[in-house]
Structures are given as C-alpha cells and as structure tokens.
Design a protein around this ligand. Structure first.
Ligand code: NDP
Length: 277
C-alpha cells in the first residue's frame, strides 16, 4: 500500500490522515497516511528515512515548513517565493520536490466564506511563520493589500524584502484601536500557532469589529480563544481553518495522484460534523 505521512510537532490534532482517506475513497484508492511526530533536530533525518523506505508523499506542518524548504532538491516557483513547503513529492533517485498549497487552499476557503469572490481588500495577517509565508503572494495576486504583523519583529523584516508591496504593522498596535481605515472591511487572519496552546492574542476589540471576516488557520471542536475574542465583539463573521486544511490537502492529493481533484465540500461537512460530536 502507498505510504503518506504528515510531519509536525505537535501532530496528534492533525486531521490530515482522515482527509486523505476520504479523498482516496472518492477514487477507490488504498493508501496509508500516518502522523509523524518529529523533533527539531530529527526532522531532516525523519524525512530522509521516510522517503528511503519508499514513502509516496508527505505533508509538513508547524513548525517545519521553512526548514522543509531547505531540505528539498527542487522547489516549485510558489514554494521558492514563500520560502516554505507543506507538500513533499519524491522524484526518484533521492530527489525531492517541495511545494506549498497553503496559499491556494486559503484563497479557496476565503471564497467559500465570503459571499462575494473578490479579495480586493486589506488582509491583515498575524504571524510570520511558514503558514503566513505561504499565503502572502497568493493573496496579493488575488488583489489583496496584505499587511503583516508578528510578535517577533525580526521575523517580519525578511518578508518585507521577499514580497514587494507587503506592509508591516507594529505588533503592539494590535492592542490599540486601529488607525482610521485600516480595519474597515478587512480580513483579519490569525496565522500564529498560539491557538495550538489555547492562547488568545493581544488584539483590541475594534480590530475584530472593523473586519468583515476574522479567520483562524487553526481548527478544532470549539472556536479558538482568538475566534472567541472576535465573537465577543458581536460584529463580522468568523471562521476557523478547517476549510483551508481540506483545500490545501486536496491540492496536495492532486500532486501525488496524477492530478486527481477530490470533492472538498463534502469532506468539510463530514469533518465538521465529526468535530462537533
Ligand atoms: P510556525 O511555527 O512556522 O510559526 C509560528 C508563528 O506563530 C510565528 O509567527 C510565531 O511568532 C507565532 N506565535 C506562536 N505563539 C505565539 C503567541 N503565543 N503569541 C503570538 N504569536 C505566536 O508555524 P506555522 O506558520 O507553520 O503554523 C501556524 C499555525 O497555522 C498553526 O496553528 C498551524 O496549525 C496553522 N496552519 C493551518 C493550516 C490549515 O490548513 N488550516 C495550514 C497551515 C498552518 P514568533 O515569530 O514571535 O515566535
């Protein structure tokens, strides 16, 4: 049976195995998809070992997406631009390709969440890790003005060099009411891993109130602490990252399975129902 895995730490919460099994069932394929808990020091060896044993493909999640971009022998243009990889594809003879499907996955889910398809608005991204890197350029190409802010300012500077047109926002500004216009009709995205430890973020309620959509890339049974902060303001729409997760997985599935494109709406509904049980 073909072997797939997702590398991350933590990884127990990952729904990727269920998602890929459901996609496989749509095409009558048999596959094995596991979770690989990996240490920082052991990541490169774990990836190499998996593909030496004949692994057919792997995903990479928090906190290894940037590291993964340095491991592969070939990067797709979008992964090279992002400096982050979430999908590994073996090319044979020890060669490994890295791609990122996070950006396209997010765009598809934002289009699902917002009644209108146009993303020509301000998108404020909190976080500057692998997930944030993967979504900046696709959002810009979709017409968004992207503004980034991160707890550690040092991680923002290289992104400003990498992505032209990207604007930076001081992290401490989030704790105050936004300056006029900045959060009007904006999309506010939590691309930090704070929600993995049930932490909220120091964000003034007016940032939520001024946003048409507050989005947390994390997903779970309950709304994250960040989404609860937004919901307490009673304004705007909120969404977690389940739809993005399924969309980025579908794009990875197509890369591994000769372009086969799974139906995602059904899988999102099934997972949503299973999370709320
Ligand atoms: P990384 O480890 O690469 O980056 C983590 C980011 O979170 C950094 O910007 C870090 O800031 C910030 N951060 C962590 N803890 C806190 C905190 N307590 N307060 C403020 N900022 C914090 O992770 P990824 O970018 O790979 O993943 C980020 C999140 O996105 C994860 O929860 C992941 O599960 C989710 N994700 C979901 C996807 C989906 O399909 N739904 C796809 C990709 C990611 P600093 O630099 O200051 O440390």
């Amino acid at each position: 049976m073909t072997q797939f895995t997702v590398f991350g730490n933590p990884i127990a919460h990952s729904l990727s195995p269920q998602i890929h099994q459901q996609f496989a069932a749509q095409f009558n394929l048999q596959l094995d998809y596991t979770r690989s808990l990996t240490s920082k020091q052991g990541f490169a060896a774990a990836v190499a070992g998996f593909f030496r044993r004949g692994g057919a493909g792997a995903n990479v999640t928090v906190p290894f997406k940037e590291k993964a971009a340095g491991l592969v022998t070939h990067l797709t243009a979008r992964a090279a631009k992002a400096g982050a990889v979430n999908t590994l594809i073996p090319l044979g003879y020890g060669q490994l390709a890295g791609d990122t499907t996070d950006g396209e996955g997010l765009l598809r889910d934002l289009q699902r969440q917002l009644a209108e398809a146009a993303l020509a608005r301000t998108v404020i991204i909190i976080g500057a890790g692998g997930a944030a890197r993967g979504v900046i350029e696709p959002l810009q190409q979709a017409g968004a003005e992207v503004v980034i802010t991160n707890r550690s300012a040092a991680r923002v500077a290289p992104l400003l060099e990498r992505f032209s047109g990207l604007q930076a926002l001081d992290y401490s500004a989030l704790a105050q009411a936004p300056r006029a216009g900045l959060a009007t009709d904006a999309i506010l995205i939590n691309a930090t891993s704070a929600s993995l430890t049930a932490e909220g973020l120091p964000v003034h309620p007016d940032w939520f109130a001024g946003s048409v959509l507050t989005y947390d890339m994390m997903y779970g049974r309950e709304p994250s602490a960040f989404l609860q902060q937004a919901q307490r303001t009673g304004a705007g729409k909120t969404a977690d990252g389940l739809g993005m997760l399924v969309e980025q997985a579908a794009l990875a599935f197509a890369l591994w399975h000769e372009g086969k494109v799974p139906d995602t709406d059904h899988v999102v509904s099934v997972l949503r129902a299973s999370l709320s049980r």
